[in-house]
Design a protein around this ligand. Sequence first.
Ligand SMILES: Cc1cc2nc3c(=O)[nH]c(=O)nc-3n(C[C@H](O)[C@H](O)[C@H](O)COP(=O)(O)O)c2cc1C
Length: 392
Amino acid sequence: MPIQIGPITLKSRVYVPPMAGVTDLVFRDIVRQVDPNCLLSTEMVSSRALMNRPECRIMDLSDTEHPIGIQLFGHEPDVMAVAAQMAEKKGADFVDINMGCPVPKITKGKDGCALMKEPDLAREIVTAVKAAIKIPVTVKFRLGWDDSSRNAVEFGALIEEAGASAVTVHGRTRQQLYSGKADWSFIKKVKDALSIPVFGNGDVFEPEDAIRLLEITGCDGVAVARGTLGNPWLIPRITKYIEEGILDPAPCDVERLVLAYLHCVWLTRYKGARVGANESRRHLTHYTKGIVGSAPFRARLTQIANAEEAAVILAELSEMVAGSEGRREFLLHVENDNQKNGVKPGEGTGQAEKGFKSPVDLVALTPVAVPHHSVDKQVHAPAHYADHERCY
Ligand SMILES: Cc1cc2nc3c(=O)[nH]c(=O)nc-3n(C[C@H](O)[C@H](O)[C@H](O)COP(=O)(O)O)c2cc1C
């Protein structure tokens, strides 16, 4: 049975949930191009900040991203309702409400997971948001605030009663942050208590983990966050494993290094050389993790000032992992990208490009091809990110 979120019928059981500082337009475009059907979400967006900066570009979506939700956080029902209307206008397929963020900066203001301690307020928020928009409302939460107050089952029931169309449950408490292991058996209790679709979440890093989570929890779908860092291919691999029982191999090291470079270039083109290069560092670290002998290269990648520097280091790393053939293959893709865009890597004004189209074209990556899920058209993304300001 396909998952139904309100009127939306999903073609996939896999969800890439919100990650602040990660699931921006570039990241989502990359995921979308390797997996055409998974559910996507923006980074979390502050409803309060939106009131002051309604043009905040963090909610910009591209045409090819659907189905996609915009995640909001906040604790004022009326403000959340207005923010939800803005998200609806932006073209979101659903609005997700963050009731799981454990970060003190967020919970101190009664936002995020703090709402699990205030179920009446949480209900009020869902009711207000639901009444304000036509698209479905979903909620993401944890098992509870701490071990002595694991109220996810009652909380989920209340959220459903208030009108949510689906929930995502991360199998940890707020107190745990990211420590310990996600408790999938507790997620099962939530699933068993609700009639709306439930996405189980926490600690899925391999396709086999996803299957086990689905088996243990009985959840309708699986939400995969950290596992996708530097590894967007995990999503199509999970999808294929769930749907066809076929376990595709992980991409080879050079393939990862090529996408690491392209991710860096695309971020610099969207957000400008300085911001793009800074934000690329964390992605480069993830793409190179697990490659034997990569630690010294990774240390250098955390210092890059532009995409050209990344290219030099990644070319060396390609040579280390696959000899001169690896280096040649890597440089071929750099050259291919340069020719398409008419610039040298990292070259530019420091401004995000105007009229910029998302450059993601994984077909052009052959022979370093993405297995089975190549997409044959360019996606069109919002014009420029020079004044990109985060609303969180
Ligand atoms: C860098 C980072 C940023 C995150 N930002 C958000 C966020 O904005 N909203 C949210 O609901 N969860 C956020 N999360 C939590 C993830 O969506 C997810 O629930 C959590 O990482 C557990 O799933 P995983 O084990 O698959 O990573 C974030 C997680 C990470 C690692």
